[in-house]
Design a protein around this ligand. Structure first.
Ligand SMILES: *[C@@H]1O[C@H](CO)[C@@H](O)[C@H](O)[C@H]1NC(C)=O
Ligand SMILES: *[C@@H]1O[C@H](CO)[C@@H](O)[C@H](O)[C@H]1NC(C)=O
Ligand SMILES: *[C@@H]1O[C@H](CO)[C@@H](O)[C@H](O)[C@H]1NC(C)=O
Ligand SMILES: *[C@@H]1O[C@H](CO)[C@@H](O)[C@H](O)[C@H]1NC(C)=O
Ligand SMILES: *[C@@H]1O[C@H](CO)[C@@H](O)[C@H](O)[C@H]1NC(C)=O
Ligand SMILES: *[C@@H]1O[C@H](CO)[C@@H](O)[C@H](O)[C@H]1NC(C)=O
Ligand SMILES: *[C@@H]1O[C@H](CO)[C@@H](O)[C@H](O)[C@H]1NC(C)=O
Ligand SMILES: *[C@@H]1O[C@H](CO)[C@@H](O)[C@H](O)[C@H]1NC(C)=O
Ligand SMILES: *[C@@H]1O[C@H](CO)[C@@H](O)[C@H](O)[C@H]1NC(C)=O
Ligand SMILES: *[C@@H]1O[C@H](CO)[C@@H](O)[C@H](O)[C@H]1NC(C)=O
Ligand SMILES: *[C@@H]1O[C@H](CO)[C@@H](O)[C@H](O)[C@H]1NC(C)=O
Ligand SMILES: *[C@@H]1O[C@H](CO)[C@@H](O)[C@H](O)[C@H]1NC(C)=O
Length: 418
């Protein structure tokens, strides 16, 4: 190997704090530092959630993991930018996994030029049943993290960067390269996402019960499941809101909470079969599982089961609810099911699911597209209102027109007799 610059890299500090990202659970924050001599050149405090798609023996799977507390800086690969190498922060974790950020600067700004993720498919704990092995490296060169020199880049909002079959979602991030001192510069450059949201940055708090603010309408997400040959076999587009009653630790009583599923933080998995199909959405400590069943005699399918597992920080015990004898979202093979109107799917007394702008097709998807939709009764009723109003208006116009024509004919006739 060539001569590496003499460098001492401080290992990752112990877990600093737990930053709660959203209502749905927490990810760990890590602090990473690259040093040369006694001076720090790159420092990052961040939480990162990794989503990785990989092939298993009979299907594809998705795994989601957060950057663990034990993540540390790899001294040999990291660099402060000596000897013509760009500044590079390489964090290693688990069994041969790594996340790297390389930096560049021009006169007034520094930026992350590329993000590199290495994952070791031989780690069967993280990648159960993987049919591949060894280390996979994926790179993204469009990261979009930049700030003026001598300022700290700050972004509390989740930011997702895709690279190959993986995605990295950073949140609660503070970062600086080309540092003038050993600490993050007090001057901060706030990312665009934070400037547009009015929500306060997530600060670790030890206060009691979060105020139950209504979460508003959930964002619409597009979720798909692929089969072993890599083609999309299940498609869903919907906004989801969980309505859960559980015993609150902080309040020592049963509370009822509405929580929106954030598609940006959701990992999708599932399976497709000829008579059953499943869609599994995982968001940190929440797992929502849909089971669809097909009646091969009538060629009709429906949503037959919903299962929710949640382990939110305020829960006295993990929440689990399941009902496998449901009959929702009924449609026909070769069609998708659509319901734009809000629908409430009652699962058990303590848990119901509100759906918004929903379209699903669990069977017979071709070319990654929804087939023609069968629309729910609620939508048809909604559609009926404008039709009735329109028909009434048209009728009124017709009556006025006829009255006018009759009136005109009368007055015309009147003139002729004179
Ligand atoms: C680093 O700091 C230590 C003590 O704080 C000092 O003894 C040492 O000389 C410094 N090294 C460099 C390269 O500045
Ligand atoms: C994949 O195969 C394994 C063993 O061969 C089996 O246990 C597992 O259930 C299969 N998974 C699916 C989704 O078919
Ligand atoms: C990948 O994981 C396997 C199993 O945990 C381990 O034996 C191997 O050393 C790892 N590879 C690297 C490059 O760390
Ligand atoms: C990403 O950055 C690293 C470090 O600067 C460099 O070695 C690597 O070639 C870059 N990859 C791409 C695809 O630009
Ligand atoms: C410097 O980099 C920033 C961010 O990458 C870019 O917006 C800006 O235009 C660059 N300025 C010059 C002078 O190249
Ligand atoms: C993994 O499985 C897929 C689909 O069965 C196959 O195309 C691919 O070649 C397999 N990869 C390895 C490394 O065996
Ligand atoms: C950044 O700060 C250092 C030390 O305070 C100073 O020497 C340098 O000129 C500053 N750079 C810019 C672009 O402001
Ligand atoms: C949530 O569930 C409770 C009890 O089942 C119900 O009273 C309430 O109206 C539901 N809220 C929404 C917004 O669906
Ligand atoms: C919770 O409430 C129950 C009765 O509602 C009471 O017996 C129990 O002591 C309370 N626990 C705490 C920790 O306040
Ligand atoms: C999801 O990400 C997109 C683009 O990154 C952003 O516009 C949107 O507001 C995010 N949605 C939520 C609910 O965070
Ligand atoms: C639920 O979360 C708590 C605290 O984060 C953890 O100690 C516990 O193991 C989790 N339980 C399950 C079943 O995951
Ligand atoms: C499951 O759903 C069915 C149909 O909606 C309902 O009749 C039944 O009571 C539910 N089961 C439980 C345990 O709530």
């Amino acid at each position: 190997m060539g001569s590496t610059p003499k460098m001492k890299v401080l290992d990752c500090l112990a877990p600093l704090f737990i930053a709660c990202l959203a209502i749905l659970g927490c990810t760990q924050a890590v602090t990473l530092e690259v040093k040369e001599g006694n001076s720090t050149c790159i420092k990052a405090e961040l939480s990162a959630l990794l989503f990785i798609t990989y092939t298993t023996f009979n299907s594809t799977s998705n795994v989601s993991t957060s950057l663990p507390d034990s993540t540390s800086v790899d001294a040999a690969s990291s660099s402060c930018g000596a000897a013509g190498r760009p500044p590079w922060l390489v964090a290693v974790f688990g069994s041969g996994h790594a996340l790297g950020l390389s930096f560049a600067k021009n006169g007034s700004f520094y930026s992350v030029t590329n993000l590199t993720l290495q994952y070791n498919l031989s780690d069967t704990l993280l990648f159960p049943q993987s049919n591949g092995s060894g280390v996979v490296t994926v790179v993204s060169s469009s990261v979009g993290i930049w700030a003026p020199i001598n300022t700290t880049y700050r972004c509390a909002s989740p930011t997702t960067i895709r690279a190959g079959g993986a995605a990295v979602t950073f949140s609660a991030m503070r970062l600086e390269a080309y540092m003038p001192g050993n600490d993050l510069s007090p001057a901060e450059s706030v990312c665009a996402a934070d400037q547009t949201t009015t929500t306060a940055p997530p600060t670790p708090t030890t206060t009691v019960a979060p105020a139950p603010t209504p979460p508003g309408t959930p964002a619409t997400g597009v979720f798909s499941v692929t089969n072993s040959s890599g083609t999309v076999c299940l498609l869903a587009k919907m906004g989801l809101q969980l309505n859960v009653s559980y015993v609150s630790q902080a309040q020592n009583k049963t509370v009822q909470e509405l929580v929106n599923v954030n598609p940006n933080l959701t990992v999708t998995s599932g399976s497709c079969g000829s008579t059953t199909a499943s869609l599994v959405l995982t968001q940190q400590t929440t797992t929502l599982n849909f089971t669809f069943s097909m009646n091969s005699i009538t060629s009709q399918y429906h949503l037959s089961g919903i299962n929710l597992l949640a382990n939110w920080s305020d829960m006295t015990a993990p929440f689990s609810a399941s009902n496998t004898s449901l009959d929702y979202l009924r449609s026909t093979l070769g069609r998708s099911y659509m319901c734009n109107t809000e629908q409430t799917l009652l699962v058990v007394p303590a848990f119901s699911l509100n759906t918004f702008r929903l379209q699903v097709q669990p069977f017979g998807v071709t070319a990654s597209q929804f087939a023609a939709a069968e629309e729910c009764q609620l939508d048809q009723d909604q559609m009926l209102i404008p039709i009735i109003v329109g028909a009434a208006l048209a009728g009124l116009v017709l009556i006025i027109l006829v009255a006018y024509l009759i009136g005109r004919k009368r007055s015309h006739a009147g003139y002729q007799t004179i």
